[in-house]
Design a protein around this ligand. Sequence first.
Ligand code: C2E
Ligand code: MG
Ligand code: MG
Ligand code: MG
Length: 291
Amino acid sequence: SAKAQGRHRYAFYQPELTIQAEKRLWLEQELRAAIDRDQFELHYQPQIDIVRGRLAGVEALVRWRHPDLGLVSPNDFIKVAERIGVIKSLENWILETACYQLSQWRQEKISDFKMAVNISPIHFHEPELYNTVQQILQKTNVPPELLELEITESVVQNLDGNITMFEQLREMGIKIAIDDFGTGYSSLASLKNLPIDCLKIDRLFIIDMMEDADSSILLGTIIGAAQALGNSVIAEGVENREQLLVLRGIGCEIVQGFYFSKPLFPEEIPNMAKKDFRNAVTGNVTNAPII
Ligand code: C2E
Ligand code: MG
Ligand code: MG
Ligand code: MG
């Protein structure tokens, strides 16, 4: 019988199963069930336009709230989700939740900032992503230009000249950002060859920038080239005022990082949208409304 077979198989594999492998299997099972159990939540990290002094956008960052494990970081489960094949359904939930949240803020007349959502390279290569995004935008009534998809450099490297998804998404009007720029092999050439809208400079580049003048000169040149080609630039992982001042000096206009804010609960965002950050570089950040 099947039961006997199952038992036989179990007995056969049992000695091979280390505690680590058992843990891994358990984690995978828990992750498979997590969407149905409603265990994911999104936090939103502000992206500040330091020239205009206002909230430019928020990045949706997923967390897994597990009853025994607590709040699990995406660094600890996104790779697993990719491996076991649930990344698409997870990210579709994320896209829909983030767009619903943005439409809610828009209904509450909180100003027009963007929503950025991370998309795994595996998901980005699925042709059906196009329809999914289109349906979600229609359902939530979010204007396409307010949705930005963040993809990492590895997507750019593995394109093999196939830029269909880029072209289709851009035709729809949504924005595409290259995440963690500077960590991989992508070059400035991808700015010229790909229909992208935004470069997100990786946190490690920002740390380097403070080490020596050459690094900040190089970064300033990259920022200038990206902007001259019509892209926006976001500096990631900005943690202190010194970094902010250097970035301002080399022409960076949008900044994301703990200096302004960690990722927040959704109910904390309206307050950020009301803040005036115009004096962030020179003086105090106030709660005065932007005129
Ligand atoms: P990321 O897309 O580069 O997101 C930025 C990460 O840096 C976030 O970590 C954020 O909390 C953290 N961060 C922001 N400001 C600072 C700072 O000033 N200092 C430092 N040290 N860190 C800062 P988080 O939320 O843990 O996410 C980690 C990574 O997980 C993300 O990196 C992204 O690659 C991935 N991730 C998150 N949500 C998703 C998702 O929905 N889909 C996919 N495929 N990946 C996701
Ligand atoms: Mg990102
Ligand atoms: Mg990043
Ligand atoms: Mg990163």
